[in-house]
Design a protein around this ligand. Structure first.
Ligand code: AMP
Ligand code: MG
Length: 524
């Protein structure tokens, strides 16, 4: 059984026993709410690692009472469901109150290892019905977006990237209507609910809404609570309030920088980096119209809503994360006398991002450390990769196989989508490989050691958009086995898995313009 200990409810103000009506709220951060039952819940998949971090074994996961609880049809002992209040900047503009419109917390679970080991987790059902923050929407989620979030959060974890996790994927047996392309052709889709798990789901927007509404005492309380519960390892309890805030915000900047640098390492594009989708813990959160880079293109965004502005495209993610931190700094400045101190924290973002990306790119290219000239060498090949439409994941795996003594361009051939572009840019790649081989020779490292270290930073398997879509298509036909298989492949993303070559294949032609594979909307 899950051991609930609900500090958020206990220590922060909220509202209880009110009708579940959409409303603007003030001076509270949560509203109690009951999940709306579904018709015929069926557990399609679960993550064994997340289950075990909650002390749940296979029998517990498969028990009828757990299936009911994970669908919102039953409330577990100790669970007190609620939704929280937050705001956010969406696509660059302040959007006012948003809140958990389709996420319902079940509470906080402390596992057997106990809180001292940092083992406290918030559990959330996503898609379990309307809340006071649903703003006219239905509070439900469709199977396709639930599969995408379930698989990607686990894939990101196994890639070593900070992320919220997913415990379970439940099909509800109900239909949910969505206008997938916002083109006036709504269709009924299968409904689903995932149970998400993270030490904290608190977002930048939780702080922003309190500053925007002038609820400054509550903002101070929420900061203290967050520092105490979610950043206890910083040991800030003894510091004066004026020192605590910048010390904590610096840490938020550092974690955010590390997270984004990791996204850039593996070619992950979040797609909707609004401040309400930024976790205070620096976790990747809210997997919506995210995507993975196939052919290398910094201007690529999977999000059709952002197709014109490309605000959230791959290459702009580091800049946007900083912009989001600036919005958080402005919110925190309302309770801090020295605004300059908060601006200085943002320097930590720049410094950390720059150090992390130097470390990551040196590692991806197989250099023992970062040299001054590396930026030019790397920038040149990125520009070439973009022009020649080279697959990012495949390129780095093949690059590891380059022999510095005889750097043959054919080694890279499998990373090109179009033969004509390979031929057209062949000479430029030959020149670049000559420079690259010269650079490698400066390191004096054994080839085997270089290959090994490159392959630990350059994944063999990423959750390519077309792979997730294939799993979705099958699940919608009633066969969820590919969800489980993909989850299993993504468990060891850096290791070549015999018999699973299909999962590392570059995007097939049919997927190039197919919905779900190359473009997605926020409609989920
Ligand atoms: P997102 O774009 O998913 O980050 O969501 C932005 C805001 O819209 C959040 O406040 C969500 O809770 C809310 N929202 C998105 N989809 C739904 C839905 N189906 N029902 C209720 N609220 C939703
Ligand atoms: Mg969101």
């Amino acid at each position: 059984m899950l051991n609930f200990d609900n500090r958020f409810l206990r220590e922060l103000p909220g509202e209880t026993a009110l009708p579940n009506m959409v409303r603007q709220v003030s001076n509270i951060v949560w509203s109690s709410v009951t999940p709306t039952p579904v018709t015929a819940p069926r557990l399609l998949a679960y993550s064994p690692e997340v289950a075990s971090s909650l002390d749940l074994d296979d029998a517990a996961m498969r028990s009828p009472s757990m299936a009911a609880a994970l669908a919102g049809n039953a409330i577990l002992p100790g669970s007190v469901p609620y939704a929280t209040r937050y705001g956010g900047h969406q696509f660059g503009n302040w959007a006012g109150q948003l809140g958990d419109g389709r996420a319902i917390y079940l509470g906080e679970v402390v596992n057997k290892k106990g809180e001292r080991a940092g083992e406290r987790y918030e559990l959330q059902l996503k898609g379990a019905g309307r809340t006071p923050y649903s703003r006219g929407a239905d509070g439900r989620a469709v199977l396709r977006s639930s599969i995408r979030e379930f698989l990607c959060s686990e894939a990101m974890h196994h890639l070593g990237i900070p992320t919220t996790r997913a415990l379970s994927l439940v099909e509800t047996g109900d239909r949910v209507v969505r206008d997938m392309f916002y083109d006036g052709r709504p269709a009924a889709e299968s409904g689903a609910i995932i149970c998400r798990v993270a030490p904290s789901f608190t977002r930048f927007g939780h702080f922003e809404i309190l500053a925007a509404q002038g609820e400054l005492e509550l903002l101070k309380t929420l900061v203290s609570f967050t520092v105490d519960r979610d950043f206890s390892d910083l040991n800030l309890a003894d510091k004066m309030p004026q020192e605590r805030l910048p010390a904590w915000f610096s840490e938020v900047c550092i974690r955010t920088a590390k997270m984004v640098a990791e996204w850039m390492r593996v070619g992950f594009v979040h797609g909707v980096m609004n401040t309400d989708n930024m976790s205070i813990l620096g976790l990747t959160i809210d997997y919506g119209p995210y995507g993975w880079i196939d052919n290398f293109d910094p201007g690529w965004t999977p999000n059709t809503t952002d197709g014109e502005g490309k605000r959230y495209c791959f290459g702009r993610q580091p800049e946007i994360a900083r912009w989001n931190l600036e919005r958080l700094a402005s919110a925190l400045a309302t309770i801090h006398a020295n605004g300059d101190a908060l601006s200085e924290c943002l320097d930590k973002y720049d410094e950390t991002y720059s150090n992390e990306s130097a470390r990551i790119y040196a590692g991806k290219f197989g250099f023992t450390d970062w040299h001054d000239g590396d930026a030019t060498l790397i920038g040149d090949v990125f520009a070439l990769m973009q022009r020649a439409e080279v697959d990012m994941t495949e390129f780095f795996r093949q690059l590891a196989q380059i022999d510095p003594a005889y750097p043959a361009v054919e080694v890279l051939r499998g990373a090109f989508y179009v033969e004509a572009l390979f031929q057209q840019h062949r000479a430029s790649f030959v020149d670049w490989l000559t420079r690259y081989a010269r650079r490698l020779s400066q390191d004096n490292r054994l080839t085997a050691a270089r290959i090994n270290s490159m392959n630990q930073l350059n994944p063999r398997y990423v959750l390519r958009n077309y792979l997730a879509q294939q799993a979705i298509d099958r699940a919608e036909q009633g066969d969820a086995s590919m969800v489980t298989e993909l989850l299993d492949v993504m468990r060891n993303p850096y290791t070549v898995q015999a018999g699973r070559e299909a999962f590392s294949a570059i995007r097939p032609d049919w997927a190039r313009q197919k919905a779900g594979c190359s473009m997605l909307s926020c409609s989920s």
